[in-house]
Design a protein around this ligand. Structure first.
Ligand code: NAI
Length: 348
């Protein structure tokens, strides 16, 4: 259904302010050349409107790159709602936001993101068909976790002296939320040894019981001696000045925007730590949201999510032959798909 509406227009910002519900929202459409934009709706307390707009633009670009590398015929977009002080009127807020989404006539399909829930998607579905992640369409997190699991296999293979067998691997997982928990389940079933952390002690306790995981404090997860460090909590965790604390061979996780800035990717590369670009690794949820809405069977969705392993292995081969940081190679691979070969050379 999403793919019926191809358009070549790019780069749009849409604003909505509705005093009666307190809605202040931005929808950023980064690139629509591959199809209508699919991306989550973030509800967040921003310091000002500019910060919200910048966040929407940055996140929308990330979605274009993610869809391109995942081979999904979908554009990149994202929306943000500036969280009102009074959230008692949540249903009215999301009904109004749903109408805003609907007013774009299907150019943008919204989904869950930080601060939004399945119930909000259900509310919006009352006024627009352009919404995924409803209680009817299902939770994308298990598919995101499956993509991370296959990415970890690719990372283990690429670290030449490591076996690709997860039975021999030690994985440190940061964050035991929807994705992190599902990932731990898959890793445990494959025989991996787990060290985990979360700010929620109930989750870590349960991880010890279910997966025999070792628990460390949120501060200590970075210095765990392990094969793969898997950030599955918040973004911005890899900072230039902390890379030398890391004792892993690879960083391969789900969190969006793991690198605090582009220099952090270069620092990982200098340190000899193989970084699996986050927007490639965590594309499983997008693949699920897009293909399930087009009515594709679960078997096909699973196959496409598993395909992330092959794409990442290909990226690692390019890294091995060129020595270029993996974060830059990923951007180039996505830009080749979006804008044609040698886009960056043409820019300079
Ligand atoms: P979630 O909110 O369910 O889980 C996040 C977990 O991280 C929570 O258990 C939280 O307690 C924990 N956490 C927060 N701060 C922490 C800290 N300082 N140290 C340790 N743990 C901490 O989120 P979800 O859905 O599991 O997503 C995880 C990450 O993956 C996010 O960055 C999200 O943007 C990204 N992602 C999620 C997708 C999905 O399908 N849910 C798709 C693509 C990316």
């Amino acid at each position: 259904m999403f793919n019926e509406m191809k358009t070549s227009r790019t780069g749009e910002l849409h604003f909505k302010s509705d005093p009666s519900t307190g809605l202040q929202a931005v929808i950023a459409l980064h690139d629509l050349s591959r199809g209508p934009a699919l991306g989550g709706c973030r509800l967040f307390t921003y310091s000002n409107t500019d910060a919200a707009i910048q966040d929407a633009i940055r996140l929308a670009q990330g979605m274009s790159y993610k869809a391109a590398l995942a081979g999904i015929e979908q554009g990149g977009g994202k929306s943000v709602i500036l969280a009102p002080k009074d959230m008692t009127n949540r249903e009215q807020l999301f009904l109004e936001f749903g109408r805003f989404v609907d007013s774009l006539g299907g150019q943008y399909i919204t989904a869950m993101d930080v601060g939004t829930q399945v119930a909000d998607m259900d509310t919006m579905a009352k006024v627009t068909p352009h919404v995924s992640c409803t209680s009817q369409s299902g939770d994308p997190a298990p598919y995101t976790a499956l993509g991370v699991f296959h990415s970890i296999k690719a990372s283990l293979k690429a670290c030449s002296d490591l076996s690709d067998s997860l039975a021999d691997a030690h994985i440190a997982v940061q964050g035991l939320g929807h994705v992190g928990w599902n990932l731990c389940q898959l890793l445990h079933e494959a025989g991996a040894r787990l060290t985990v952390t979360d700010i929620d002690a109930q989750k870590t306790q349960l991880a010890t019981q279910r997966f025999g995981a070792t628990v460390v404090s949120p501060e200590d997860i970075y210095s765990v001696v392990c094969d793969v460090f898997s950030p599955c909590g918040m973004g911005g965790v890899i900072k230039t000045d902390m890379v030398n604390q890391l004792r892993c061979r690879s960083v391969t996780g789900a969190a969006n925007n793991q690198l605090a800035n582009p220099e952090a990717g270069l620092a990982l590369s200098r340190q000899g730590i193989l970084y699996a670009p986050d927007y490639l690794v965590n594309a499983g949820g997008l693949i699920y949201a897009s293909l399930s809405h087009s009515g594709k069977p679960i078997s096909e969705i699973n196959k496409r999510v598993q395909g992330i392993e092959q794409t990442l292995s290909h990226l690692y081969q390019r890294h091995n032959s060129s020595g270029e940081p993996t974060s830059l190679i990923a951007d180039k691979m996505a830009e080749d798909i979006l804008y044609g070969p040698d886009y960056q050379q043409r820019l300079s």
